[in-house]
Write a protein that binds this ligand. Structure first.
Ligand code: FE2
Length: 288
C-alpha cells in the first residue's frame, strides 16, 4: 500500500501533459465537476472485488484526474466509497483525494456507513447544498441502513421542495446514489429509490432542475425522469453489464463522468474511460 501511495505521489507531483476530454473550451464553460462513483474500497490496498483491486483502479482514475487537474473545478463522489463501510476504506479514499488536491464532496451509498463517514475526520463534511455561480447542486442521501435499495426520507423531500422554491431563479442539479427510476437493468431496477414518484412530483411542479446524476448502477445511462435527464455513472472499480436481468459483470475499465455547468443554465456531460487500465475483473464472479 505504501509503495502504491508513493507511486501516486510521484505521479501527482510530476507535471503530466494536459489532455482535452471534451469539445468545450475551458473559457466557454463556467465550471467543470467530475463525478466519480462506487469506488468500493476495502480496508487495505490489496482488497479484491470480483478479482479486481478497487484501490488500484481508483488510483488509475486519480492519475487521469491529475492529468486534467487544471481543467477540473471540483469532484463529487456519489456513494459506495467503501465496499463494506470500513473506516480504513475512508482513510484510503481521503488520502488519495488529498494527494489529488482538488476540492471534493461526497454523499453516501448503500455500502457506506454514513455516520462513520461524517465522524472519521478524514472526509470533508457532508454538504447537501453546493453553490457554483448561479447553479445550486443538491446532494441527497438515499441510503437506508441495512438495505440495498434506496429511499428519500420525508425530511429530505420537504427540505428539497423548500430549497427548490427558494432557489426558483437558480438552475439546479440533483446528485444521489440510487437512481430514482428504472435504467433498464432488471436486477438493479429493484434497488431504485422506492419513493421516486414523490421526487418526480416535486420536479414536475418546478422547472429549475436541469439534470439529475446518480451512481449505484456501475454503468453509463441516460433516461428521462419527470421530464428531466437522469445520468448514471460508471464505477471507478467493477462495471455491471448493461441491460442484464440478473447480476452480471462486464470487462470494462474504470471510468468517471465529467459535467460542465454554464452560466446560462445549460449543462453538458460525458464519460472518460481509463483506456490503459491494468485492472481486470473476474466476470464469472457472482453475487452482489
Ligand atoms: Fe450502491
Amino acid at each position: 500500500m505504501l509503495e502504491g501511495l508513493q507511486r501516486l505521489e510521484s505521479m501527482l507531483e510530476n507535471p503530466i501533459e494536459r489532455e482535452t476530454v471534451s469539445n468545450t473550451t475551458p473559457a466557454a464553460r463556467l465550471h467543470r465537476l467530475v463525478q466519480i462513483s462506487d469506488c468500493h474500497l476495502g480496508p487495505d490496498a490489496d482488497f479484491r472485488l470480483a478479482g479486481l483491486r478497487p484501490w488500484y483502479s481508483f488510483h488509475e482514475v486519480l492519475r487521469q484526474l491529475a492529468r486534467q487537474a487544471d481543467t477540473i473545478d471540483r469532484v463529487l463522489v456519489t456513494g459506495d466509497i467503501a465496499a463494506d463501510g470500513a473506516t480504513l476504506a475512508y482513510q484510503l479514499f481521503g488520502q488519495g483525494m488529498s494527494l489529488l488536491g482538488l476540492p471534493y464532496h461526497w454523499l453516501p451509498g448503500n455500502h457506506d456507513d454514513f455516520a462513520g463517514m461524517r465522524d472519521n475526520g478524514q472526509l470533508p463534511p457532508f454538504e447537501p447544498l453546493i453553490a457554483v455561480g448561479p447553479w445550486r447542486l443538491l446532494c441527497l442521501n438515499t441510503a437506508v441502513p441495512g438495505a440495498v435499495g434506496g429511499l428519500i426520507d420525508s425530511h429530505q423531500l420537504a427540505a428539497l421542495e423548500a430549497a427548490l422554491d427558494t432557489l426558483a431563479d437558480h438552475p439546479a442539479a440533483i446528485f444521489m446514489h440510487h437512481p430514482p427510476t428504472s435504467i433498464g437493468c432488471r436486477w438493479l431496477d429493484r434497488h431504485q429509490v422506492a419513493n421516486g414518484e414523490a421526487l418526480a412530483a416535486i420536479l414536475r411542479r418546478r422547472r429549475n432542475v436541469k439534470a439529475l446524476f446518480s451512481g449505484h448502477v456501475h454503468q453509463e445511462k441516460e433516461v428521462d425522469f419527470a421530464g428531466v435527464p437522469l445520468y448514471t455513472a460508471p464505477s471507478t472499480s467493477v462495471q455491471f453489464a448493461p441491460g442484464s436481468n440478473d447480476f452480471a459483470l462486464v470487462q470494462a475499465p474504470p471510468a468517471f463522468r465529467w459535467i460542465d455547468f454554464y452560466e446560462s443554465g445549460r449543462v453538458e456531460t460525458g464519460i472518460t474511460v481509463i483506456v490503459d487500465s491494468q485492472e481486470r475483473v473476474d466476470v464469472a464472479a457472482g453475487g452482489y
